[in-house]
Design a binder for this molecule. Structure first.
Ligand code: DLL
Length: 433
């Protein structure tokens, strides 16, 4: 059940939210202009001054910030305060090997704990809960964000940390954990491991879960709900903003409320960089409104979503809602001229009850033609006959969604090996050919 952690702020009239946003945007603009040489240079190049920001729409006059800007200024070049004023550091490894590093002042940690407490309460966490946190504690933001937020709510945190799935299940049994967090695909994997060791996840005390950190399709959510018989919520966030805690869906499950008193969201067309209207899909661009350590203006997340046109939600919250993240613009695959998002494939797979928790798509080239192979693990070992039938069914179902016939490889359970914290769904071998 959905609880409101900070009623005054979460249900603030929209006009008031916008006034607060403008006040905080102006402050952030001065802060970076005066303290971050990169932004001062960009303002000069674009011929703008902080005092040019008079309305919220004026945000469009400001420069974008990209992942390349972060890498070029790594690790501390975009800091708006001295390292002496910071008390914690987190980083995401990225693909190029240069980690995106973020340092937090005490107030940044306080704000992060607050937004996480809001997200967790919205997913049903109360001080009575025993909160199991099966995310690696390290430079990845996930575990600490959940940890701070759950403690702020007053729940008891079990910092169960990285992997060791059997141990996670045993801790759940032993301590009677009632709420769990995690990386989306791991929640399903954990359910499968429970079944493998003879534990019915439905019979554990877990009744709520808050998951995110990667593509989280409706199909995957449904599978987690069915496996665990728990209420599932979706949490979005990224290292560059704070980590998890930017937005979460309430009990209506029709969009994620984004904490507009701390983040300003725009949706842009990634090609023209022009703003896109409500209810239309585009790239999420975020500006921090209260960050002290590393404030960012118009950060291009590469995540694809749309904003909903709704004044007040049934839950009483007034903060804007965005759709689930459809994918990352850099995850979109173009194969024989067709644009494919991994989420489209996952939605088909998760509807099929013979399909297990792990899958991936492999792109290769055969005689100069692109080939897409979808590798799928089954839940249980299947006979040759059933394996062939499943492959045919999945081929037809996927074809009807992506208008393209993939090859399907049906594999026994536990044959696709996890490559890291987040599931790696796309293996593109085309470049090597
Ligand atoms: O993944 C923070 C996080 C931890 C969020 C735990 C939720 C739960 P990064 O490693 O910097 O931070 O990765 C951020 O992950 O830009 C999205 O592409 C993706 N992502 C995060 N949450 C979701 C979600 C954390 N709920 C990147 N749905 C983001 C889809 C998500 N994608």
């Amino acid at each position: 059940m959905d609880f409101i952690f900070n009623s005054k702020t979460e249900t603030m009239p929209r006009k008031k939210i916008q006034e607060l946003q403008l006040k905080r945007l102006k402050k952030t603009v001065y802060l970076v202009y005066e303290n971050v040489p990169h932004y001062k240079k960009r303002f000069k190049e674009q011929g703008i001054k902080p005092e040019d920001i008079k309305t919220l729409e004026d945000v469009r006059k400001l420069p974008f910030t990209t992942k390349d800007d972060l890498r070029e200024n790594a690790p501390f070049g975009l800091m708006a305060t001295s390292l002496d004023n910071c008390i914690e550091l987190h980083a995401s490894s990225g693909t190029t090997g240069i980690p995106i590093t973020v340092c937090y002042t005490p107030n940044d940690i306080e704000v992060w704990s607050e937004v996480m407490a809001r997200c967790l309460s919205m997913s049903g966490l109360t001080k009575k809960d025993i909160f199991q946190n099966p995310i690696p504690y390290g430079t990845f933001t996930g575990a600490f964000g959940f940890h701070y937020g759950a403690q702020k709510v007053g729940a008891m945190v079990i910092p169960s940390g990285k992997g060791q799935s059997e141990r996670q299940i045993k801790l759940m049994q032993y301590y009677k954990s009632t709420f769990m967090s995690g990386v989306a695909s791991y929640a399903l994997r954990l359910g499968q491991v429970a079944q493998e060791i003879g534990v019915d996840p439905k019979k554990l005390e877990i009744r709520n879960g808050l998951f995110g950190a990667e593509m989280f399709t409706t199909g995957l959510k449904k599978r987690i709900v069915e496996t665990w018989d728990m209420d599932v919520h979706d949490i979005y966030g990224l290292t560059e903003m704070c980590g998890p805690g930017v937005s979460t869906d309430c009990d209506q499950h029709d969009g994620l409320h984004l904490w507009e008193d701390h983040f300003l969201i725009e949706i842009i067309d990634p090609k023209t960089l022009e703003p896109i209207g409500l209810e239309e899909e585009g790239e999420v661009v975020l500006t921090t409104l209260t960050k002290e350590g590393m404030p960012l203006l118009r950060y291009r997340t590469r995540d694809i979503a749309k904003l909903y046109d709704q004044e007040v939600c049934e839950c009483g919250r007034t903060h804007i809602k965005h759709s689930t993240i459809k994918g990352r613009s850099d995850d979109m695959i173009i194969i024989r001229g067709t644009n494919i998002f991994p989420g489209q494939i996952e939605s088909v797979l998760m509807k099929n009850h013979d399909v297990g928790s792990n899958w991936r798509m492999v792109l290769s080239t055969k005689r100069d033609v692109d080939v897409l192979t979808v590798e799928v693990e089954t839940k249980k070992q299947l006979s040759q006959f059933d394996t062939e039938n499943l492959a045919k069914k999945l081929q037809n179902d996927i074809k009807s969604v992506i208008v393209f016939t993939p090859k399907i490889e049906v594999l026994p359970p536990n044959t696709i090996h996890d490559t890291g914290l987040k599931a790696k769904r796309v293996i593109d071998e085309r470049k090597a050919n």
